[in-house]
Structures are given as C-alpha cells and as structure tokens.
Design a protein around this ligand. Sequence first.
Ligand code: NAD
Length: 379
Amino acid sequence: MRIAVAKETSLNERRVALVPEVVRRLIKDGHQVLIEKGAGETAFFPDEQYREAGAELVASAKEAFSGAELVLKVQPPGTEEIAEMRSGQAVAGFMAPHRVMDRIEVMQKAGITVFAVELIPRISRAQSMDALSSQATVAGYKAALIAADTTHRFFPMLTTAAGTIRPAKVLVLGAGVAGLMAIATARRLGALVEAYDVRRAAGEQVRSLGAKFLELQIDAEAEGGYARELTEQEKEQERAMVAAAVAQADAVITTANIPGRSAPRLVSADMVQAMRPGSIIVDLAAETGGNCELTQAGQTVNEGGVVIAGPLNVPSMLAVHASEMYARNLQSFSGLLVGEGGAYAPDWEDEIIKGSALMRDGEVLHGPTLKLLKQGDTE
Ligand code: NAD
C-alpha cells in the first residue's frame, strides 16, 4: 500500500499523522510511505528522520497524494487537499463531519473513501486504534498542568521553615479518559483531588487514583459506556452537589461530554462567583460548547479574579507525544485496510471498518452525517 502524509494545513495544528518510528514499521511491513517535506517540523520530527526511516520525501501534498491509496491526516482535509485527491482514494483522520459539512460535500463529489478515527468502535479489538483515548490522555495531562501553572497557589503540601502550605484542592468534572489523566497528574503534583462523573462505574477508577469520588445517587451510564443526558430532577441534584464542590476548589478541570450533543453545562456563572479569587477553571469541553457557562472557546478570561481557560486543540500543545500515540493508532488501523499480499483491500464486513467509514467512494455511510446533509438540502 502507498501511504501519504502531507503537512497539516489547519490553523494551530502542530501534530503530524505519522512519526518516523511508525514509518519504519510500516515500511518493514512492506508499505511505501510518502511524506511532504516539513510535515513533521511543527511536531519536532525533521525530514532527515523520515528519510532515515525509509520514507520518500516529496515537495508537495499533490506529489504525496498522487499514486497513494491511503492518505493519513490529523485534521479533516482542506478543500485544496481534497482537490489533489482522486476517486477511490482513501483518507483517514479526525473528520468532525458536523463541523465541516461543506468539505463533506466536496469529498462526496470527489468520490473518495473517508475513515473517521473518532467513529472507530470502542471494542477491545480496536483499543490500539483508539485515537479518541490517546488524544484525551494528552489533553487530560495538559489540562492539569495548565491549572497548576495558572493558579497562584502551590499544588503540593509543603512543610517549610516559612510555615506549612496546605495542598491545593482540585475538582475534576467528568472522569472519562481525559478526566482520569487529569486526576492522576494533579495527584502526582500533590493536590487533593475530588472528581465527579454521572457514570457510577467511574467511581472505582477515580478512587484507585487516590482521589475522592463525589457520589450522586444516580447512574447515567448508557449504551457503549457513554453517558446519557440527565433528567431535569437529576440535573437539579447534580447542580447542588457540584456547586458545593466548586466553591471549595482552587482549581476545577472540566472534561464532561455526551457524544453527538453539546457539552453539559455543569458550572454556572453563580458558581464561578462563589469561587475564591486566584482560582482557575480549565474547561476541556470548550470545543463542544463548554462545561462552564462563562467559558469562551480558545480564550482565557478573568471573572472577578477567577481565571477561566477554554483551550482548543489541547493535544496539539504536546505535539511530540500526541503525534507518536496518534501515529501508532493509525498504524494499527491501517493494518485493517490491507488484504492478502498487503494491497489496499478493506474488508467491508469488518465491524471496525464499517463503523469508521464516513464515506465509501463518495457515498456517505454515516447516519448522522447523512441526516445533516439532508437537513442542509431542505434549508
Ligand atoms: P467522553 O469524552 O465522551 O466524556 C467524558 C466524561 O464525561 C465521561 O466519563 C462521561 O460519563 C462524563 N459526563 C457526561 N455528562 C456528565 C455530567 N453531566 N456530569 C459529569 N460527567 C459527565 O468520554 P470518554 O473519555 O471518551 O469515555 C467514555 C467511556 O468510554 C468511558 O466509560 C470509558 O471507560 C469508555 N472507553 C472505552 C474504551 C474501550 O473499551 N476501548 C476506550 C476508551 C473509553
């Protein structure tokens, strides 16, 4: 299989879809890899390392894509990139179809096959391909560091000649992959950590990291281990408990999400007002509307001495390891796209292929995207 990687064109995207170590392994498996010169630069992987790994370095995305069966991306391809793709060619990466409907239509017309890594089913066979998890791990770690770096307090307890410092209180809302990593990181820095999730099963994981789990007498675990939306009464109970915990916290890290919906509002303006000045909220759900009412996506604002950070594309801030983990996810996924003899021949009956295929040869297969396209047609 000929695999191509071009330099990411989205603003502020530092990651790259393949790193030299993974290129080496793909080549060992008999594939050919084409890399646009400079593709790894923003993630600190120089061209030389790709060349040493056996990749062919080319001058442009156009050159990389021509002749390739598979294009690997981090962000959805831009219109100029799609223009360089041809019918029957496959592209895999994060596709966020609801955010790039215009480009979905261009890809349809181009007749390409699109695999969205965020749609890969979270079954055990697909664990090594789980890019949502690998990138959420990075985001959770970084969120704890942003909180520690922005607060005007120590995280650890200190006993010094200048007196004793109490450890910071960190509250983590949403204990999925990112939340658990934020908890582990804040704990390593010495903070006292409390966490809350609507899925009761998260409690055990939270406690195993040395944090306290805030219990609400509900369990909103739904299909596939994801959360369902809460009822109005449940939301009221949740608000009271979260408000009390937020008021006590020096740092709040929010990571709560519900697939396919905007992020649940957990921290209201009133709750922010009740926080001590000098405290910080890091809202990892800024991209999906924010868990805090006052979050502004991509900005850091100050509300009465409380800093609210709504960083976007947090994994890109740790481009080296985020790219390494993502590239391994893609290597694992690419293994499913080859048939006998190593040529591009996906098994369309495979659950992972079917689940992640947004489009096959220009035909949209993903139900929610089809629905959005139809809505667009009637507007
Ligand atoms: P996510 O990013 O969709 O959401 C983050 C967390 O927010 C989730 O834990 C969710 O329960 C929580 N949440 C939603 N509404 C909330 C609310 N109102 N208040 C508090 N918390 C709220 O989730 P994720 O990190 O992608 O993980 C979701 C699930 O998938 C977890 O159960 C996780 O263990 C599971 N998972 C399974 C696999 C696998 O089997 N391969 C891999 C990764 C994750």
